[in-house]
Design a binder for this molecule. Structure first.
Ligand code: NAD
Length: 486
């Protein structure tokens, strides 16, 4: 029932047991109020070791299950998520400050669908034909799991990121040690008892704790065969260095700074509605956020004016959940980081504040939805990921210029182009160096389609059957036999 206090689970899942961590207890905050919700003890070193050892032991059995058996378990996990949907949505709202109605309708719905998708996908994988590529030898190709996977998640979509990481790894036959962000463990810990009831001991272990303590231990452990991270570029670099010592496979989904190219002939109303929604969704704490607009000269001024008014109308920090469209930043540190980006930007005489640009007064870690115009290509605010509710506008004349500027970025995750001319849209989309380009849209994901980046945005693919390939290895089996029937 909304309004009634919700129990908070604090136990980790190690080798089929729900146990309290034995490391230091860290506060878990409600970013909408700043209050401490609970303290959760990190996994101690011996618990991290125990989780890895359990996953190692469980691997032989889980790897030999059939796709049908694993699909059955994934469908049961999806059902468990659905049964706990309201509780988990409330925990996401509490732990991230998300509007509850959005957590319910977006995060939980997507997480459930991801488990259902991988249950189906693992049963209909395709591959090379078996055949005689040398006379007297038959070759066939298998796709096998890797072993123990350490999966490390960020704080922006806790249950959805858990689904993106756990479902394909389990579907492919791996065992896991999953570490949620130290800021947002509540939803996955609430699901842990159900996961424990559905999976054999050790197949999925959940350990909480910081990146430098628990995370780095997982990443450097020789028995871990693969590390999957969604997080910051700097974290990705540290993980690559640690993983290189034991040559682990890595799957990195890092930051983004999505360009939004708006041509003169774009449907202005659609652009304004789209950027208002997808530049600021989740308070801009989204690696695909529509945050870097390039507007062609003929539409630029109208876009800045209309988008400014639309952004100023975004509702947040209200008493009634249904009224709120965005939440706060996750921590005071993240809010202050966003504020300092905007402060430095406004220190440049050519950048104009259209709306926002201030910390919200009142409780919680809110920052006003902000639109900045007059930004130039080499400004820090155009080049670096802010991960907050801040969108910039840069004017361009010709499309070649816009494509060059869009591609002149360390990031390569998501992008969009807005025009009513399909020919132009396709020419621009084909030239953009991004894992995804939307045409006259932004932000939409489908479980069937790959999500992942280029350049410093990383190289792992989440969602889709491409993800199953990332979590498995191709093996060649060759059998010698006679060439002539007697
Ligand atoms: P982060 O890199 O600080 O933390 C991510 C996870 O890595 C956390 O669980 C953290 O504890 C762990 N970690 C940190 N240091 C570690 C280390 N040395 N060894 C092992 N683990 C370590 O990122 P964040 O602040 O939680 O999330 C925000 C970032 O995530 C943004 O840059 C955002 O763009 C990115 N992100 C990317 C995608 C994507 O799909 N590409 C999706 C969501 C978020």
């Amino acid at each position: 029932m909304p309004g009634t206090p919700i129990p908070l689970c604090t136990a980790l899942l190690i080798d089929g047991e729900l146990v309290e961590g034995c490391g230091p207890a860290e506060p878990i905050l409600n970013p909408a109020t700043g209050e401490t919700l609970v303290r959760i003890a990190e996994a101690g070193v011996e618990q991290v070791e125990a989780a890895i050892a359990a996953a190692q032991r469980a691997f032989a059995g889980w790897a030999r299950t059939t796709p049908q058996q694993r699909a059955g378990v994934l469908l049961e996990i999806a059902d468990a998520l659905q049964r706990q949907q309201e509780q988990l949505a409330r925990l996401e709202a509490l732990n991230c400050g998300k509007p509850l109605h959005l957590a319910r309708q977006d995060d939980l719905t997507a997480a459930i669908d991801v488990f259902r998708f991988f249950a189906g996908a693992v049963r209909c994988q395709t591959g090379q034909l078996a055949g005689e590529y040398l006379p007297g030898y038959t070759s066939l190709v298998r796709r096998d799991p890797l072993g123990v996977v350490a999966s490390i998640a960020p704080w922006n979509y806790p249950i959805m990121m858990a689904a993106w990481k756990i479902a394909p790894a389990l579907a492919a036959g791996n065992t896991l040690v999953f570490k949620p962000s130290e800021h947002t463990p509540l939803s996955i810990l609430a699901l842990a008892p159900a996961l424990n009831a559905l999976l054999p001991p050790g197949v999925l272990n959940i350990v909480c704790g910081g990146g430098e303590s628990v995370g780095s231990h997982l990443v450097s452990h020789p028995a871990v065969r693969m590390v999957s991270l969604t997080g910051d570029i700097v974290t990705g670099q540290k993980i690559l260095q640690a993983a290189s010592r034991t040559l682990k496979r890595t799957h990195l989904e890092l930051g983004g700074k999505a360009p939004v190219i708006v041509c003169n002939d774009a449907d202005l109303e659609a652009v304004v509605t789209g950027v208002r929604a997808y530049g600021y969704y989740n308070a801009g704490q989204d690696c695909t956020a529509a945050c870097r607009i390039y507007a062609q000269a003929g539409i630029h001024d109208r876009l800045v004016e209309e988008l400014g008014a639309a952004v100023a109308s975004l509702r947040f920090a209200g008493k009634r959940d249904a009224d709120n469209e965005i939440g706060p930043l996750i921590t005071p540190r993240q809010r202050d980081r966003v504020a300092s980006f905007v402060e430095r930007a406004l220190g440049q005489p050519h950048i104009e504040r259209v709306t926002g640009a201030a910390v919200h007064s009142g409780p919680g870690f809110y920052y006003q939805p902000t639109l900045l115009a007059g930004c130039r290509q080499h400004d820090e605010i155009v080049q670096r990921e802010v991960f907050g509710p801040v969108v910039t506008v840069t004017r361009f004349e010709g499309l070649a210029q816009a494509v060059d500027w869009a591609n002149d970025s360390e990031y390569g995750l998501a992008s969009s182009v807005w025009t009513q001319n399909l020919d132009k849209a396709m020419q621009v989309a084909n030239r953009l160096q991004y894992g995804c380009t939307w045409i006259n849209s932004h932000f939409m994901l489908a479980s069937e389609m790959p999500h992942g980046g280029l350049k410093r945005s990383g190289y792992g693919k989440d969602l889709s059957s491409d993800s199953l390939q990332d979590y498995s290895v191709v093996r060649h089996i060759m059998a010698r036999h006679g060439e002539h029937l007697e």
